[in-house]
Design a protein around this ligand. Structure first.
Ligand code: COA
Length: 196
């Protein structure tokens, strides 16, 4: 058991509505539809994609990160349509300290239906129960309630505000820092077992 297991097994996950699986270049068109939307990218550290070429370059980076064992993004496929509607994953994987950071984005058409929570809960569970992570963290802009509500619903707690932590679209912005520890996850799991 360990973080390297992730890159060896490239797991897929299935939930009620979703299939989570590795990215491929075939996803470029669907990903471009998501990443070219200015509403979606208004809160992201990265710039809006303005051509399909941007999405091809992005997916190549994702594929390189699988190879270098630096991060793992799962494409989120909506089962009933087969369309790629977003991504979620473990970024900045740190095997020395057994920690990783969450990152996610979703097509605007699917916001506020619990999709990212449904997808990312699989990743959190897998991170603690299979990869042996000790800490999973996540950050978002202080004015991005859609993102920090996801973190809260996943059981992460706010640790504080990192002042003017990132320069996003030309503006220095405060970031909320959240985390969940293995011990938090295990006590929550035990509590749920107790209630069953
Ligand atoms: C952030 C994002 C991934 C959330 O995905 P999602 O599938 O809509 O998330 P969920 O539906 O699981 O949960 C969203 C929660 O935020 C709440 N929310 C959304 N907008 C809100 C607002 N303006 N004020 C308060 N709460 C808000 C929703 O009500 C929901 O909470 P609830 O279930 O308690 O009602 C999606 O909005 C997105 O892709 N945004 C743009 C990219 C981005 O910000 N990525 C994260 C960077 S850190």
């Amino acid at each position: 058991m360990g973080i390297e297991q992730l890159f060896g097994e490239s797991p897929t996950f299935e939930t009620n509505r979703l299939l989570l699986r590795k990215f491929s270049m075939m996803d470029a068109e669907d990903y471009y539809q998501i990443a070219s939307d200015p509403i979606v990218t208004s809160q992201t550290t990265w710039e809006r994609h303005t051509s399909k070429e941007d999405s091809i370059k992005y997916i190549q980076k994702v594929l390189d990160k699988y190879k270098r064992h630096e991060g793992f993004h799962w494409g989120i496929v909506y089962k009933s349509s087969g369309q790629l509607i977003g991504r979620t994953g473990l970024i900045r994987i740190d095997p020395i300290h057994n920690k990783a950071e969450l990152g996610y984005v979703l097509s605007k058409d699917y916001w506020n239906q619990g999709i990212i929570t449904e997808a990312t809960s699989q990743i959190v569970k897998y991170g603690f129960s299979e990869l042996g992570l000790n800490r999973i963290e996540a950050q978002c802009n202080v004015n991005n309630p859609g993102s920090y509500r996801v973190m809260e619903k996943l059981g992460l707690v706010m640790e504080g505000v990192l002042r003017k932590q990132l320069k996003i679209k030309g503006e220095y912005l405060d970031q909320r820092m959240y985390s969940i520890l293995r011990s938090d996850f295990e006590s929550e799991f035990e509590e749920q077992e107790r209630l069953i």
